[in-house]
Design a protein around this ligand. Structure first.
Ligand code: AMP
Length: 298
């Protein structure tokens, strides 16, 4: 696997593949790779002829300077992991390569960026995400780009971005990869001490508590959120919301699949997680069973 630093090198490396009609897959990451990232790379490997992994800690999407400064960086190890998972090229540009002096253009998606993460982290966060994803797509010109359900709102935002800008890229979404106890894998988990690691599990517990109530037939959003709130203690959620998976508007009833999303600080580390809740199947009464029941109760 080769590591490339400039857009020119990346384009040159992919030019003949593109001319030959090979399918190119891009997996955008900020590094500190774990099994979650590797699942995206493996999926790209299965589906594409060439797999490009980008590794860029994007300053534009960090709303807290200390979060950016403390973000784990381990390029040599990442390169080894990406190779093992099947990457052909690692694109690891400098900040100056991505944002040269005088850089003045941003990409902003309205609406779906204003809720959940956008409300908590400010509009700069998704402006930074949208700008860098658009740039990475323009740099690599992939046929498909791979994202994780772990960042559910990011997927919604990027789908909207691709549609609105008519960008001819297929988006592939891979399920959230979890630790054996259920904690969603995240590059930030490395910062948790033992106590915080135990507390971090409450986010998953909260999601599961709501899912269990949904499976038992509960459809009221407020009741489902109450179940989640009771299970997240002692962690204080920054938000805990049940929303439409496409518009991210809050729902009041679980009438179809809905996204339960949570964010919380555990110590100094901000974590997010989510689960799609489905309403429990309603028993179907055919005219005959209805009649039988009426007969019984009569
Ligand atoms: P990041 O390096 O955090 O920007 O993540 C890069 C990509 O990996 C994003 O599309 C994330 O949604 C995805 N990702 C991060 N953690 C996980 C996980 N636990 N499971 C699946 N995908 C993940």
């Amino acid at each position: 696997m080769r590591t490339l630093r400039t857009v020119e090198e990346l384009r040159a490396a992919l030019a003949s593949d593109r001319r030959a009609g090979l399918e190119i897959g891009l997996v955008p990451t900020m590094g500190a790779l774990h099994e979650g990232h590797l699942s995206l790379i493996s999926r790209a490997r299965e589906q594409c002829d060439r797999v490009v992994v980008s590794l860029f800690v994007n300053p534009a999407q960090f709303n807290e300077r200390s979060d950016l400064e403390r973000y784990p960086r381990q390029e040599t190890h990442d390169a080894q992991l990406a190779t093992e998972a099947g990457a052909d090229l690692l694109f690891a540009p400098s900040v100056e390569e991505v944002y040269p002096p005088g850089f003045a253009t941003t990409v902003e998606v309205l609406g779906v960026t204003e809720r959940l993460e956008g409300a908590a982290r400010g509009v700069e966060h998704f402006r930074g995400v949208c700008t860098v994803v658009t740039k990475l797509l323009c740099m690599a010109l992939p046929d498909a780009a791979y994202f994780g359900q772990k960042d559910a709102q990011q997927v919604v935002v990027i789908r909207r971005l691709l549609r609105d800008l008519n960008l001819p890229v297929r988006i592939e979404v891979c399920p959230t990869v979890r630790e054996p106890d259920g904690l969603a894998m995240s590059s930030r988990n490395a910062r948790l001490n033992a106590d915080e690691r135990a507390q971090a599990l409450s986010l998953y517990r909260a999601l599961i508590a709501a899912a269990e109530h949904a499976a038992a037939g509960e459809r009221s959003a407020e009741a489902l959120l109450d179940a989640a709130r009771a299970a997240i203690v002692p962690v204080e959620p920054e938000y805990l919301a049940l929303v439409d998976p496409d518009t991210l508007e809050p729902v009041t009833q679980l009438d179809g699949p809905a996204l339960l999303a949570v964010a919380a600080h555990v110590g100094d580390t901000r974590l997010i997680d989510n689960l799609i809740l489905e309403p429990a199947a309603v028993p179907i009464f055919t005219p005959n069973t209805e009649k039988a029941m009426t007969t019984c109760s009569a």
